[in-house]
Design a protein around this ligand. Sequence first.
Ligand SMILES: Cc1cc2nc3c(=O)[nH]c(=O)nc-3n(C[C@H](O)[C@H](O)[C@H](O)COP(=O)(O)OP(=O)(O)OC[C@H]3O[C@@H](n4cnc5c(N)ncnc54)[C@H](O)[C@@H]3O)c2cc1C
Length: 479
Amino acid sequence: MHDISEYPSIEADVIVVGAGFAGITAARELKMAGKSVALLEARSRLGGRSLSKPLGDGKVAELGCEFYGQAGTISHRAAQSVGIKTAKVYDTGYRLIDDGGTMRPWKGMAPKVSAATLLDFGQAALRIERMRREVPQDAPWEAPHATRWDSETMWSWTQRNVRTKGGRALMRLMIEAGMAAAPADVSLLHVLNYSNGTGGFRAMTQITGGTLENRFVGGSHNLAMTLAKTVDDETYLNAEVRSITHSGEHVRVRGAGFEAVGRWVVMAVPVPLAGRIEYDPPLPEHRDHVSQRMTMGAAIKYLALYDEPFWRAEGFTGHVISHSSPVRATVDSSPPDGTPGVLTGFVTGPPARQVAKLPAGERRALVLRELERFFGPRAGKPYDLLEQNWMAEPYTRGCYHAYAPPGLYTEYGPALKQPVGRIHWAGAESVPHEFGSMSGAIYSGRRVATEIIGRETGEDPGRPLVTQKTAVPVEEPTR
Ligand SMILES: Cc1cc2nc3c(=O)[nH]c(=O)nc-3n(C[C@H](O)[C@H](O)[C@H](O)COP(=O)(O)OP(=O)(O)OC[C@H]3O[C@@H](n4cnc5c(N)ncnc54)[C@H](O)[C@@H]3O)c2cc1C
């Protein structure tokens, strides 16, 4: 890895902007296919939305992305290809639902809420399951009822289809905890597509059988770093890209004190941030509108560290869901050997926007108070409480991912990944497949490499790239 300050002028076949999972994968695939690449990263570290804090003995607390669902997803296969082990998230015992201030333990399929709420929510969730199956993974805008589903928000659909107060609160919780967005901001079609990527609507917030089921031993940041080893010599840090000139046969990518010239550029930064870069000639209006209208979600991740995961001995999994607390969910994120005890708290959606405005001391007191309410006095006294506010990060500006408001998919969907001249778009938000996830990001990096190789060789750009040396398997995703 290099510091860009020592390399004012770079030349490569492909300039890749952004070294998260998408950019790292694109650079790897292109290098393995024989292209010269330069991977430009604004931060002084790699990995983008993956970030870990070491806890000693190779253990980590994960401040960014962490979980994946079924074995066989793209991120799981990527980890296997570089020898990174995976572990199940602890899910033994009682989960808790915070039902308007009352903590109710539950096991099995459904949380312990009133029969009317359960029936109401269950029927709505079933309807969503049926609708999402009609949404094609590659092109949600081609779903039979795409226009109708993309003309309303998740909130308006809930108002019409969910009758009870409790049922509506649960629907809101699903979107706020599962997507870090407000139901009133998100297109119904987007929710359907997103839940296709998570293996189902209910799976969005579940551990066993859901997207929170598995983790990478050593953390997802370790996975990103391991994948990036292949392009270590091609990576430049502290390289914030500010402008791209893309006329003629070349692209010129510039930042403070450097210029990188190539034949192609891969933009692998979050969609809203891609819109802040200056393009010459300017981007066509459809692409510009995509970056104007996509919004990053709102989430602050808290990690409370204890000598041991004391909640396990008391019969709890550590998993809480709450529609009344700003801490919308907690998960037991302790390392696989259970030491130290780590409780992850997610403050997401509208509460995250409010909590972020509080002074640091008040935020901390609020989160500890809520943990204590969930798990008793010991939970309020961790030996450390880590906080990561992704909305405040200049090179991310929110998480877990961007979301689509009504109209975006049906009006501009294909523009998410359609190249503009020599600019190709990667990133977790550039693919409907496993949208917004580590897997989606890796998938997009491979797709973009395929596109560029296809254009260079004049072959069909849609054909998957298969090289002998490709380390990440290239089959289509399984969910
Ligand atoms: C708290 C949190 C929890 C999450 N949980 C999960 C989870 O459990 N499972 C899951 O699958 N996903 C999860 N996600 C989402 C997942 O992290 C992302 O979808 C994925 O990592 C995105 O990868 P990416 O490469 O597309 O983008 P990023 O990781 O955002 O990478 C983009 C890179 O571009 C760089 N950059 C930005 N602007 C510029 C510029 N102008 N010039 C140069 N470089 C620039 C950034 O610094 C960054 O390194 C979570 C995310 C967060 C933050």
